[in-house]
Design a protein around this ligand. Structure first.
Ligand code: NAP
Ligand code: GLV
Length: 326
């Protein structure tokens, strides 16, 4: 009898094709994530679970699945939705989809930086709302990415795969000087991009653009709150493609309202989606997109392939090719 695998949403076909030869697939259909009840019911009797970043995966899910559960693979590189220590304690193999989404996500960080710095939110609305009457010498004025004189400074918070891909784009393409934080300095990045490892307060004080690329965990929850936003320049732009909870969103809303920073570009927020009456949606200096960092066909196909290969390896008691370790 083939093992059963629960897939928490329909993902690119390559995953379904790779898996269906070896497994019975139980797919949660539809646009919306499974409710908690649907998730707990859906995983019953499964040996594998292919989860999405919106599914909370913890001990309760393992209990609901049963003792035959061997492997859980997240269709994402971020895994803050998973209780990895608890899964490890239960001997369940856990995987994700690193690397293949690095470029697509870095491109979105650059796009958000440009859109927020150059007022695309307000300007695009003005075009649609018939506010655009003529070329305006004093209208839609934004921030330069290339300095008149000194190079602009880019602060990368979390110089990992995506952070360094953003740094590379902005240093080699726009000539920005890169400052960064990480748990440890990165000599190869320092050399390649003339980058400098600094503490977070210095990065926030000096950067013209700040882009967040740390994983969400207990250490990084609200890493950017009111005290940190106060350190930033009034002219600074903050970009977040990591996770919404890394920013204290109320503090960000106040900073944008009071113009204590210039603008923000957000691919992620708290919650997702934002309620229709959220104040961030009213602000013309906040440019938002709906968590689409990895949303290109080739990237999503490659993620699907990795997620499926993790499941197949786990079912055969093999080491996962893209394993999360703690
Ligand atoms: P990564 O390669 O693991 O990079 C994470 C970086 O954060 C590492 O350089 C790490 O430092 C640093 N870091 C970790 N904890 C830190 C802390 N407390 N303070 C400072 N730096 C810290 O991860 P990645 O592949 O670049 O992905 C980063 C995150 O982006 C993911 O976790 C996910 O949440 C998010 N993401 C979002 C999208 C989207 O669609 N918007 C797509 C992909 C990923 P060390 O190198 O020194 O360990
Ligand atoms: C997307 O947010 C991911 O972590 O892959």
């Amino acid at each position: 009898m083939k093992p059963t695998v629960f897939i928490a949403r329909r993902i690119p076909a390559i995953a379904h094709h790779l898996l269906e030869e070896h497994c019975e697939l139980r797919v949660h259909e539809g646009l919306m994530p499974p409710t908690r009840e649907e998730l707990l019911a859906g995983v019953q009797g499964c040996s594998g679970i292919l989860s999405l970043l919106s599914d909370r995966i913890d001990g309760e899910v393992c209990e609901a699945a049963g003792p035959q559960l061997k492997v859980i693979s997240n269709f994402a590189v971020g895994y803050n939705n998973m209780d990895v220590p608890e899964l490890a304690r239960r001997g369940i193999a856990v995987g994700n989809t690193p690397d293949v989404l690095t470029d697509a996500t870095a491109d979105i960080a650059v796009a958000l930086l440009l859109c927020a710095a150059r007022n695309f939110g307000r300007a695009s609305q003005d075009v649609r709302n018939d506010v655009w009457k003529t070329w305006q010498p004093l209208g839609w004025i934004g921030k330069d990415l290339v300095g008149f004189g000194e190079p602009k400074k880019l602060g990368i918070v979390g110089m990992g795969r995506i952070g360094s891909a953003v740094a590379k784009r902005m240093h080699l393409g726009w000539g920005m000087q890169v400052l960064y934080t990480a748990r440890s300095p990165k000599p190869e990045v320092d050399k390649e991009l003339s980058a400098t490892h600094v503490e977070l307060p210095k990065l926030l004080e000096e950067s013209d653009f700040v882009s967040l690329h740390v994983p969400l965990n207990d250490e990084t929850h609200h890493l950017i709150g009111a005290p940190e936003l106060t350190l930033m320049k009034e002219t600074a732009v903050l970009v977040n493609t990591a996770r919404g909870e890394i920013i204290d969103q109320d503090a960000l809303t106040e900073a944008l309202l009071s113009r204590s920073i210039y603008a923000a570009g957000l691919d992620v927020c708290t919650p997702e989606p934002l309620p229709a009456d959220d104040r961030l949606l009213q602000l013309d200096n906040c440019f938002l997109v709906p968590h689409l960092g990895s949303a290109t066909q080739a990237t999503r196909d490659a993620m699907a392939e990795r997620a499926a290969k993790n499941i197949l390896a786990g079912l055969q008691d093999q080491p996962l090719p893209y394993r999360i370790s703690i």
